[in-house]
Design a binder for this molecule. Structure first.
Ligand code: 4NP
Length: 160
């Protein structure tokens, strides 16, 4: 039976919007497509360092390993408008969660949480910043965002 819930509109947020959040968006889009869940998505950074940039080449390669092309994604910074456009905003770590909450307009009804809160047993966990680490760290980032994406899709599709 088709879901009667409103279509979710989900924003994934990290610091630079070139490593973790593009991978989280990619993993979610893949999981949603596989589950037949309709959702709109985007990603953003709390910082402006990489506005207009392509994802980090290591993120592009990791997504490609999983059959997803994220090379056309472009970095952007979180804006006040995001708090009215999205139904959910997911932070990759605690610092970004604090920064998102700090700029949330009063009375905003968007759900703001850590992405790993979606995974039973890993609530409150951060997705570590892989930017200063080696390529191997990006596989761990993928494992985290993929687990969260699958759990989030199951919840949104009402299958959990
Ligand atoms: P992200 O990783 O927040 O997962 O995109 C980072 C990317 C860039 C920087 C830090 C973290 N930076 O300092 O430029």
């Amino acid at each position: 039976m088709a879901s009667t819930l409103a279509k979710p509109v989900i924003l994934f947020v990290c610091l630079g919007n070139i490593c973790r959040s593009p991978l989280a968006e990619a993993a979610f889009r893949k999981a949603a497509a596989e589950a037949g869940l309709e959702a709109d998505t985007d990603s953003a950074g709390t910082a402006a360092y990489h506005v207009g940039s392509s994802p980090d080449p290591r993120s592009i390669a990791t997504a490609s390993d999983h059959g997803i092309d994220i090379s056309t994604y472009r970095g952007r910074q979180l804006t006040e408008h995001d708090f009215t456009r999205f139904t959910h905003i997911f932070a990759m770590d605690h610092q970004n969660l604090r920064n998102i909450k700090a700029v949330a307009p009063a009375g905003s009804s968007v759900k703001i949480a850590l992405l790993m809160d979606c995974v039973k047993g890993r609530e409150g966990a951060a997705i570590a910043d892989p930017y200063y680490d080696g390529e191997d760290r990006f596989d761990e980032t993928w494992e985290d965002v993929d687990a969260a994406a699958k759990a989030l899709v199951a919840t949104l599709a009402g299958r959990d």
